[in-house]
Design a protein around this ligand. Structure first.
Ligand code: 1CP
Length: 344
């Protein structure tokens, strides 16, 4: 197996910087759109053969060093009794606004959570055995709770933030239930063969550091510490986290995902050499030209410092990204990081 990604997560020496792309399977790929023209998103996520097929699509086109199972951060919520539509982002039929709604959320056993996705992990880990590691994932408690309460995506999640400050007991109960289910779900993916896991905290940036630290961080810490000794690298990606200061480093992960707003050098200076770092090419820069892409790849590789750096985007790839740009990106990362000029 190509173990560059796992070696970089463990901060071991590598012959070149490994890379994968957040949301690497998805709408920018014509072969994904072809599958989606025949089935809706939920059916795609719930059919292991189809999710496995779509997971492998980007690997057939690009030389990537890891795969990530195709599912959504909302996928495990259905086993808690939540009804979700996708349009294309998650839409909650009955947003959670009070304690009674929280108390109705089921806390399923490990073997009952998103069983189809766990089966997909099982299929893929067999199929990828001699190729690249498979990453399992889940949404972080804040990010998932934000959708559940707001009811859909939002810029600032004002309804959710008000709920969090006003309904303290209900919010704590909600975060506690999500924490239990997320810990079990990640463990189920590891049991099924995932070689690393990533917690996506896409909306971490909506809270102040003080509020995040007192109201949210303990839950994230519980999730990561529940996986102590599981033997797989744990990645924490908190988007827009610059204002959160040292919080990402206190989550209990092995790898810190860095969005495009923060320089990787500054992240390393702040959190230290005890972590690997993942990121952080601005996905919007894939809509420029090869000159701009290549020079930015060089800059990101330099700021990543070589050892303990996994190249990635600073957030998910955008649906209107030209395929040619992704080829340019992948080739540039391989070329510039194998020369030995960058990092060591
Ligand atoms: O119409 C379609 O085909 C659905 C579009 C789509 C896709 C391809 C959605 C709805 N989810 C996904 C897959 C997905 N989502 C993956 C697997 C793909 C891969 O990485 O290769 C992953 C890891 C996610 C995770 C996810 N979903 C996050 C965290 C990562 C991030 O980008 O911040 C978030 C915030 C979501 C919510 C979500 N689900 C779908 C969309 C379009 C969104 C975001 C927009 C919104 O809130 O409306």
């Amino acid at each position: 197996m190509n173990d560059l990604f796992l070696r970089a997560c463990r901060r071991e020496s590598v012959s070149r910087t490994p890379m994968w792309i957040m949301r690497q399977a998805g709408r920018y790929l014509p072969e994904y759109r072809e599958v989606r023209s025949k089935v809706d998103f939920r059916t795609l996520c719930e059919t292991p053969e189809l999710s496995a097929k779509v997971t492998l699509q980007p690997l057939a086109r690009f030389d990537l060093d890891a795969a990530i199972v195709f599912a959504d951060i909302m996928t495990p919520l259905e086993s808690m009794g939540v009804s979700i539509d996708f349009a294309p982002g998650p839409v909650i039929q009955d947003p959670i606004r009070d304690r009674a709604a929280v108390d109705q959320l089921r806390i399923p056993e490990k073997g009952e959570i998103a069983t189809n996705t766990v089966e997909t992990v099982r299929i893929l880990s067999r199929e990828l055995e001699s190729r690249v590691p498979l990453i399992g994932f889940a949404g972080a408690p804040l990010t998932v709770a934000a959708y559940l309460v707001e009811g859909k995506g939002s810029k600032d999640f004002n309804v959710f933030r008000s709920f969090l400050y006003r309904e303290r007991a209900a919010a704590d109960e909600l975060l506690d239930r999500l924490t239990q289910v997320t810990s079990r779900y990640l463990q189920a993916q590891i049991d099924a063969g995932a070689k690393a896991i990533q917690l996506f905290d896409s909306w971490a940036g909506i809270l102040s550091a003080r509020d995040y630290e007192s109201m949210i961080l303990p839950y994230v810490q519980r999730i990561f510490s529940s996986l102590d000794g599981c033997g797989v690298p744990r990645i924490y990606f908190a988007q827009d986290a610059a204002a959160l200061g040292t919080i990402p480093a206190r989550a209990g992960a092995d790898v810190i995902g860095v969005d495009w707003r923060t320089d990787l050098r500054d992240a390393r200076r702040l959190h230290g050499d005890g972590f690997a770092y993942q990121g952080n090419f601005d996905p919007a820069r894939l809509r420029t030209n090869s000159e701009v892409i290549e020079s930015e790849v060089k800059r990101v590789l330099e700021s990543g410092g070589g050892t303990g750096h996994i190249f990635n985007l600073g957030h998910g790839i955008l649906p209107d990204t030209p395929i040619e740009s992704v080829h340019t990106l992948v080739d540039a990362v391989r070329r510039f990081s194998s020369t030995g000029e960058i990092g060591s």
